[in-house]
Design a protein. Structure first.
Length: 317
């Protein structure tokens, strides 16, 4: 149905808000290295010590970002209603991980918000339409699936040989803002992680001539939807291991015929090479983005260089 819309909204009869302990939670072992209970998405999680450490590390990273950037605001509009977040779900490892981690925090009583997952089917050829609704329904996740044929728009407007990503992203974001409004959500939550932020920084550094990355919290242009990236501190390699352990039904990201050799891929390879030669540099770089010194850069709009004056010296008498 090109150019049309086919949406579904699924909500289970009872939604776990994370405030009341379930039988699963009450039965969770006390040992730190034992298998934990949790949302249904964790039903097949390994009981290994290594997985529990990975899970705890990712939970800690997400919780830290939420706290550092004040992502959970007051009740919507002062009405006393819980905040409501629209979680964008593409079917890739990162968005699955985002949903699982937010639901884990919600289950632990550490995230006082309501969540609704949303997938925007953009009409890519051979997109497996059944995977996400089947998975979300099986796990009792409130969700909305919507069809918008932005793929045809992109392919008709982008010249042959050029990359689709920029226009595709803008069209997708516009639709997600609209859906957030329709669902009464004040925030759109995206699955970008630490490595995405670093790649964006270097893209802008090398190709845009500016120091700019992905903000963990951003207000949209209309001022009515907040964009949140709670996985800003999460490593991509951790999310890949997490997705494999939880056996997410991954949908491949090359259905649109994504072109190889994109500038972002080059940044990923460069950063990966630096990390291999000097382990720990990714963590150092992400810390640097929150530790800027405007007086030691060249941006006159951030620091008043003209206002620097030499203080008169005191003369001893």
């Amino acid at each position: 149905m090109p150019g049309g819309m086919n949406e579904t909204l699924q909500t289970p009869d009872v939604q776990d808000t994370g405030t009341d302990p379930s039988p699963e939670r009450e039965a969770a072992p006390a040992l730190a290295d034992a298998m934990e209970a949790g949302p249904s998405l964790y039903a097949e999680a390994p009981s290994s010590v290594s997985f529990n450490k990975l899970r705890k590390r990712l939970i800690r990273n997400v919780r830290q970002a939420i706290e550092d950037f004040s992502m959970v605001g007051p009740a919507a509009g002062g009405t006393g209603k819980r905040p409501r977040w629209l979680v964008a779900l593409s079917g890739g490892k990162d968005s699955y991980g985002l949903l699982a981690l937010l639901m884990d925090l919600q289950w632990r009583g550490m995230l006082p918000v309501d969540l609704i997952a949303c997938n925007l089917d953009q009409g890519q050829p051979n997109f497996p339409k059944h995977i996400l609704p089947d998975y979300l329904t099986a796990h009792g996740v409130p969700h909305r699936i919507e069809y918008r044929d932005t793929y045809s728009v992109v392919t008709s407007k982008v010249p042959e040989g050029a990359t689709y990503c920029a226009l595709c992203s803008r069209l997708r974001r516009g639709n997600l803002y609209r859906i957030a409004r329709e669902e009464g959500c004040e925030a759109l939550v995206l699955g970008h992680h630490r490595d995405d932020i670093l790649e964006t920084f270097f893209l802008n550094f090398f190709h845009g001539g500016r120091l700019e990355a992905m903000p963990p919290k951003l207000l949209n242009d209309d001022g009515d939807v907040m964009v949140l990236r709670p996985m800003a501190y999460c490593a991509e390699e951790d999310l890949a291991r997490f997705a494999e352990a939880l056996k997410f039904p991954i949908i491949p990201c090359d259905l649109c015929g994504s072109q190889d050799g994109l500038q972002r891929n080059a940044m990923k390879l460069m950063i990966g090479d630096i990390e291999r030669r000097m382990p720990g540099r990714k963590d150092s770089m992400i810390r640097a983005l929150s530790n800027t010194r405007p007086s030691h850069l060249l941006d006159r709009s951030l620091f008043d260089f003209a206002g620097l004056t030499v203080q008169s010296r005191k003369v001893d008498t």
